[in-house]
Design a protein around this ligand. Structure first.
Ligand code: MN3
Length: 198
């Protein structure tokens, strides 16, 4: 399968003021496109072109760093766009909310731990809620890595590479994470990923 850049599921200005049109023009139209283009070139030179995206990530990890980084970042961004929506962070579907209460100590603790994971990721990377056999935990990864390489499924991820926030927040990563968590999360999509992880 070849990688393809999807359209954003909303207009470029739909997430303002929390994430500007300019950020999305660079982040989606240029950065994500580069992962797709470079990933396709490296995929064509590999023996993994018949595999699913998830398998390409798992099988290239530790063996083909160029392909791994681009394929994993393609996967991460495919979901990142859908994990956000205009007027987001409203009601959490009740099944997921119950799981959050049981596994992550409730929404307030989840928010504090998730933001802390993002703030303390040194350099580029992601913070996550991941699901392993239906049990949730918070994690963080460097660069393009994601929970798939640990046998878990990412259900919520926030991009803490500077390209995701520098135009809107400059160096203030904690402010970006707080605004992102409070205003942009598409909890219906997170619940969908959670259901699919079991
Ligand atoms: Mn990014």
């Amino acid at each position: 399968m070849a990688f393809e850049l999807p359209d954003l599921p909303y207009s470029h200005d739909a997430l303002a003021p929390y994430m500007s049109a300019e950020t999305l023009e660079f982040h989606h139209d240029k950065h994500h496109l580069a992962y797709v283009t470079n990933g396709n070139n490296l995929l064509a030179e590999s023996d993994l072109s018949g595999e699913t995206l998830e398998n390409i990530i798992i099988k290239s990890h530790g063996k083909n760093p160029g392909l791994f980084n681009n394929a994993a970042q393609h996967y991460n961004h495919l979901h990142f766009w859908k994990m956000m929506k205009p007027n987001g962070s409203n009601n959490i579907p009740s099944n997921l909310e119950q799981r959050i209460n049981e596994d992550l100590g409730g929404i307030d603790k989840l928010k504090a731990d998730f933001i802390n994971a993002g703030v303390t990721q040194f350099g580029s990377g992601w913070c996550w809620i991941e699901s392993k056999n239906g049990t949730l935990s918070i994690s963080k990864t460097a660069n393009g890595e994601n929970p798939l390489i640990n046998g878990a499924s990412p259900i919520l991820g926030c991009d803490v590479w500077e390209h995701s926030y520098y135009i809107d927040y400059r160096n203030a990563r904690p402010k970006y994470l707080e605004a992102w968590f409070d205003n942009l999360i598409n909890w219906e999509y997170v619940a969908e990923l959670y259901e699919g992880s079991m």
